[in-house]
Design a protein around this ligand. Structure first.
Ligand SMILES: Cc1ncc(COP(=O)(O)O)c(C=O)c1O
Length: 378
């Protein structure tokens, strides 16, 4: 495909650094889960300033990380799991795969993520877990939600959007029960595909490692090369969801750039704010520029303009995203239990994610803003 002159909604920030690190893995030949994965896990812990009581397990994708978190939370057939309808489809699919039932809830209009009041009306005896999703700019109030849930219900923090963001000067990952990150191709930090769990106990950490790789607690490279006697015994079931060294090599290189990516994203936020703030027909997000690395740049325009604006921008080689088409409108979730979805219905028809990634030039952003102004006649 010819990508020239096209402005994409998201784009990875890769260069020779990643290529050279992947080459090291390919030259070495140990492609599966090994030392690069261990190093990446250690570096995630270091970069997020996670305490000694926190454990990181890298997984094949963010969706699989949620599936493993649900498993650790003990979610089984017939249980209910509450999660927002304004959501990526992965978590809801994982709930169904485990035989449980997604209960689709609304979002807070200001934060676009859920809050304690919304979920309190949906909790029943069957509720086993809540998946609290960060929406680009806002960290979901996991502590308040945990208070409403009590001890029996686990709160899984879906922080796919907020790697390296902070709340009250604390990196995301430090203050939730089970926290999940995604490093898919479009995320702020990519591993091509990848995910991670941050866990609060050694017991659950070991469980997560067994679950990610067919019941093996330690990586094959350690088992074969470092142990006196290879352990072939397996005690429990597991998926084949481990991260590979190739993916981890990309992640390690990306971590070196995270500060630059953060800085560039803030510059783009400021540029959008300056150019779009005073337009009547568009609402821009209010980012806390000190603590948050926004993943997307979601703006709201009135329902009758939204699709035409997207089409107009596309005709001008500017591609936008949609976060998201709500789950309750999809056939798969037709018969799911749902809360009142008033806010979700309102914003789902208005949201557009504007181009937002560290590779955008000032000229690109200027073009996006100029075309929006032209379309809105402002
Ligand atoms: C909020 C949210 N949760 C979970 C996921 C799943 O992550 P992955 O794409 O790594 O499977 C995504 C991916 O876009 C997401 O946006």
């Amino acid at each position: 495909m010819n990508y020239k002159n096209k402005i994409f909604a998201s784009w990875p920030f890769l260069d020779k650094e990643e290529i050279n690190n992947v080459k090291k893995v390919l030259d070495d030949g140990w492609l599966g889960s090994g030392e690069f994965v261990t190093t990446f896990e250690k570096q995630i812990k270091k970069n997020l300033l996670l305490s000694n009581g926190k454990y990181v397990t890298c997984i094949k994708t963010g969706t699989d990380a949620i599936k493993i978190a649900l498993y650790i939370a003990g979610v089984k057939r017939g249980d209910e799991v509450i999660l927002p309808s304004l959501n990526f489809i992965g978590a809801a699919q994982a709930v169904i795969m485990l035989g449980a039932k997604p209960v689709l809830c609304d979002i807070n209009l200001k934060t676009l993520s859920l809050d304690d009041k919304i979920i309190s009306t949906l909790i029943t005896k069957k509720t086993k877990a809540i998946i609290s999703v960060d929406y680009s700019c806002s960290i979901s109030p996991v502590k308040k939600i945990k208070k409403v849930c009590g001890k029996k219900i686990r709160v899984i923090h879906d922080a796919a959007h907020s790697f390296y963001s902070k709340l009250n000067n604390n990196y995301v990952g430090n203050f939730s029960d089970i926290c999940m990150f995604s490093f898919d191709p479009l995320k702020t930090l990519t591993c091509i595909d990848g995910g991670a769990l941050v866990l609060n106990s050694k017991k659950e950490y070991i469980e997560s490692r067994k679950l990610r790789q067919l019941g093996f607690e330690i990586n094959a490279n350690v088992n074969f090369f470092k142990k006196k006697k290879v352990n072939y015994d397996i005690e429990s079931l597991g998926f084949r969801d481990h991260m590979t060294n190739v993916n981890a090599a990309v992640g390690i290189s990306q971590l070196k750039k995270i500060r630059h990516i953060k800085k560039r994203k803030y510059e783009i936020v400021s540029f959008y704010e300056k150019n779009l703030k005073n337009l009547k027909n568009i609402k821009i997000p209010n980012y806390d520029k000190k603590n948050i690395i926004p993943f997307i740049y979601p703006v709201r325009v009135s329902k009758n303009l939204r699709d035409n604006l997207r089409h107009f921008l596309k005709k001008n080689n500017i591609f936008t995203g949609l976060h998201w088409y709500p789950l309750h409108k999809m056939s798969l979730f037709k018969n799911c239990k749902k809360g009142n979805l008033k806010n979700t219905n309102l914003v789902a028809d208005e949201l557009i994610s504007l181009p937002f990634h560290a590779r955008l030039s000032n000229n690109d952003i200027k073009k996006v803003c100029d075309k929006i102004r032209l379309f809105l006649n402002e």
